[in-house]
Design a protein around this ligand. Structure first.
Ligand SMILES: Nc1nc2c(ncn2[C@@H]2O[C@H](COP(=O)(O)OP(=O)(O)OP(=O)(O)O)[C@@H](O)[C@H]2O)c(=O)[nH]1
Ligand SMILES: [Mg+2]
Length: 471
């Protein structure tokens, strides 16, 4: 009898165990978080601060799992894809927390990281079952330049050439494209497919893209991204093309335009499609980091360039509700967070205006995402808070300023960056006297208090992005 009872107990315990595991898996599992942002948008700093705050159970007061005391801890695990380098969390953190702190370098290749989050589920039933949930969060970092290749997937060579050359007819691109335009007038797209000519033109076009990137005029839309950050493709023939005036020659092989068109298609197929398939096709959640303030420094053309680049890029992602049917056709992103980054560049009373400005700029794209059925939210955040908001008086008026150490300096300075406009429309081209959004150094002593890196609204971002999976 005793044997039967213990056997029953055993089975009962196993069943409870199984249920607990199931319940835990239900609220945990694996989540791929897509961090989408153009170059310098703040991806690497965001990922580093997010990991640090999770690993230290740090400054995330409004993340429910923390606020409710259910968070057990976080650990870095081996990433699922052993063929990709691991995100260099330790070195990025070391740069930020060094005696003379600095920002991580611009990213030059893809990397990946997995962090496991352990927590006690919130529901009474699941708690009674004694389950502990584990959520594996997978995140990819990559050079922002590569993101802008995604819109090329929907274009053929003639369309891409026409769009690119038309953009190059207006300032500020026109002045930067002098040498390339001069060389174009001397070539015949219908002439023979001469490798030397192709190399020469592609070289001049790459110089033009570099000049755009290095200029201070807020040019975001620079394609193809691998021309600027070739990664492992440095010197590959597939990178030897450029836009040519569209005609009929691109359809004829043996012509210069035909050669360029073949390489364009090869680039799409071997580089862009592969990048998308390997890293973006299976995202569950997405945060879009928007560096609005740098664009605003460049006036209305800078804002328009940012809008155009981000909107085109966002078209590549599949947004919508999850359903069993979706699983057959590949995952959909069911939550999208638009985040205006570097909010610490402006004083706290301006944060709502910063968010509104981003919402205005991305209005069409946001409407589309909502229509597709994904949940959406927008906010402004700082992954690493480098300033304090201070009020000063100037000519009898109170001004909301920020105090921090401007890049390249050593002493804290009070700066009035300017008041944000209500709309991106009508900002005008000459904004030098209105806005001065300065870059700041990371403050000294970061991480020394053993808590997470100081930030603005990282907890709210995380609550929206993964909070439901930690419930
Ligand atoms: N003040 C402040 N500056 C930030 C913050 N996040 C990023 N920055 C600034 O923005 C720069 C770019 O940030 P990254 O995280 O390297 O940007 P990224 O998107 O990874 O850029 P790529 O690697 O070039 O694609 C940094 O060097 C900082 O100057 C922030 O939270 N606060
Ligand atoms: Mg980076």
């Amino acid at each position: 009898m005793a044997g039967i009872i213990s056997g029953l107990e055993d089975r009962g315990a196993r069943a409870v165990d199984g249920l607990a595991q199931l319940a835990a898996r239900f609220s945990g599992g694996t989540l791929r978080l897509g961090v989408t942002g153009l170059r310098r948008a703040g991806k690497t700093v965001f990922i580093t601060s997010l990991l640090h705050n999770l690993l230290q159970a740090g400054r995330l007061p409004f993340l429910d799992v923390m606020a409710q005391g259910r968070f057990i801890g976080a650990r870095l695990l081996a990433q699922p894809d052993g063929a990709i380098p691991r995100f260099d969390y330790e070195n990025h953190l070391a740069a930020l927390t060094a005696a003379s702190p600095d920002w991580p370098h611009a990213t030059r290749a893809v990397s990946e990281i997995r962090v496991a989050l352990k927590f006690r589920p919130a529901g009474l039933v699941r708690r009674r079952l004694g389950g502990v949930g584990t959520l594996n969060l997978d995140i990819i970092d990559y050079p922002g330049e590569w993101l802008l290749d995604l819109p090329m997937l929907g274009q053929d060579y003639a369309t891409w050439s026409a769009q690119t050359l038309s953009l190059m007819q207006t300032e500020p691109r026109l002045s930067l494209a002098g040498a390339f335009h001069a060389a174009l007038t001397a070539v015949d797209p219908g002439g023979p497919a001469d490798e030397t000519a192709a190399r020469h033109l592609a070289g001049l076009y790459t110089d033009f893209l570099r000049a755009c990137r290095d200029s201070n005029v807020g040019l975001s839309l620079l394609q193809p991204g691998r021309f600027l950050e070739p990664g492992e493709m440095e010197g590959a023939p597939i990178l030897t093309f450029c836009p040519l005036p569209p005609g009929s020659a691109e359809g004829r092989s043996g012509t210069l335009a035909g050669l360029m068109a073949e390489r364009f298609e090869g680039y799409k197929d071997k580089v862009v499609r592969r990048f998308f398939r390997d890293h973006f096709a299976r995202l569950d959640r997405q945060i879009v980091l928007v560096d609005l303030l740098s664009a605003l420094n460049a006036g209305e053309p800078g804002m328009e360039d940012l809008r155009r680049s981000l909107s085109a890029t966002m078209e590549s992602f599949r947004h919508g509700q999850r359903s069993w049917l979706n699983w057959l056709g590949g995952a959909r992103v069911d939550r999208v967070l638009f985040a205006a980054t570097k909010a610490d560049h402006v004083a706290a009373p301006q944060h709502a205006a910063l968010t509104r400005l981003m919402e205005g700029l991305m209005e069409d794209r946001m409407r589309q995402i909502r229509f597709d059925g994904a949940a959406m939210k927008s906010l402004s955040l700082a992954s690493v808070k480098c300033t304090d908001s201070v009020l000063t008086r100037h000519e009898g008026r109170e001004l909301a300023c920020v105090q921090g150490i401007p890049r390249g300096r050593t002493q804290p300075t009070v700066i009035f960056p300017g008041e944000l406009p209500d709309s991106h429309l009508g900002v005008g081209a000459a904004v030098e006297d209105r806005f001065r959004f300065t870059d700041f150094q990371p403050p000294p002593g970061l991480g020394r208090d053993g808590r997470g890196l100081p930030n603005i609204r990282l907890d709210q971002a995380l609550e929206f992005l993964i909070g439901d999976r930690l419930a």
